[in-house]
Design a protein around this ligand. Structure first.
Ligand code: CTP
Ligand code: MG
Length: 222
């Protein structure tokens, strides 16, 4: 049967990048000759199954990125919600929601996510945890089992109606750092697919140094 899907990717790029510091939010930092957010925008736009990419920026950053939507909110959750509401009733069947702070998006992960939506309304890339986990304050209090514990990455894929429902029903007072968790807790099952180490988020200066090294290496081998 021919697929009737309209697949839109939303990139949220309206954060302040406080943990990385610096004058400019991290999504605008130059990485190999273009702003960090451009890398994920290009990767998603180049994927044959994605019809359109929407980049969400803060209202005062509208002119920084061509065609960006100046609808970013005070929290990531609000930035995503604003984009979903803009897309509501426009015939979009599927969305991928992605952090601008993850510049490298392997096409194979996108395929795994979209394929998983045949079985479930949501899909998230995950990686196993390799370090030992523990709870503590200034001293260790107890160990934490790694059984069935995973790191969640983005992009996260959803049937549009499911994730819009999750956002609309989510309590206003409760923050959420990730859409897969919101979907799961509002009753929409989320399939786990294999993520990728290169999808790790740029949060601290050391993460940026790693991304710069990766770009430099890619340019050398070109
Ligand atoms: N984001 C957003 N709108 C917000 C907050 C975050 O669009 N109000 C986006 C960021 O731009 C980023 C992604 O959500 O691409 C993941 O958030 P995070 O890594 O926390 O980025 P920042 O919030 O910018 O960084 P920090 O928390 O260190 O200030
Ligand atoms: Mg943040």
């Amino acid at each position: 049967m021919a697929r009737q899907d309209t697949i839109v990717a939303i990139i949220v790029a309206a954060g302040k990048g406080e943990r990385i510091g610096g004058a400019d939010p991290k999504q605008f930092i130059d990485l190999g000759g273009c702003p960090l957010v451009e890398h994920s925008r290009m990767a998603l736009a180049a994927h044959s199954r994605i019809d359109r990419v929407v980049v969400v920026v803060a209202p005062d950053q509208a002119d920084r990125i061509p065609d960006a939507r100046p609808i970013g909110g005070a929290t990531r959750r609000e930035s995503v919600r604003n984009a979903l509401e803009e897309l509501a009733d426009s015939g979009v069947s599927t969305v991928l929601i992605h952090d601008a702070a993850r510049p490298f998006v392997p096409p194979a992960v996108i395929d795994r996510l979209l394929d998983a939506l045949d079985a479930q309304p949501g899909a998230v890339p995950v990686l196993p945890i390799t370090d030992t986990l523990a709870r503590g304050d200034s001293v260790l209090t107890e160990g934490v089992s790694r059984d069935h514990v995973f790191r969640l990455q983005t992009p996260q894929a959803f049937r549009f109606d499911a994730i819009l429902d999750a956002h609309r029903r989510w309590p206003a007072t409760e923050d959420a750092t990730d859409d897969a968790g919101m979907a799961q807790r509002t009753g929409h099952d989320v399939m786990m697919v294999e993520g990728s180490p290169i999808l790790d988020k740029i949060t601290y200066p050391a993460d940026l140094a790693l991304a710069e090294a990766r770009i430099a290496q890619a340019m050398e081998t070109r």
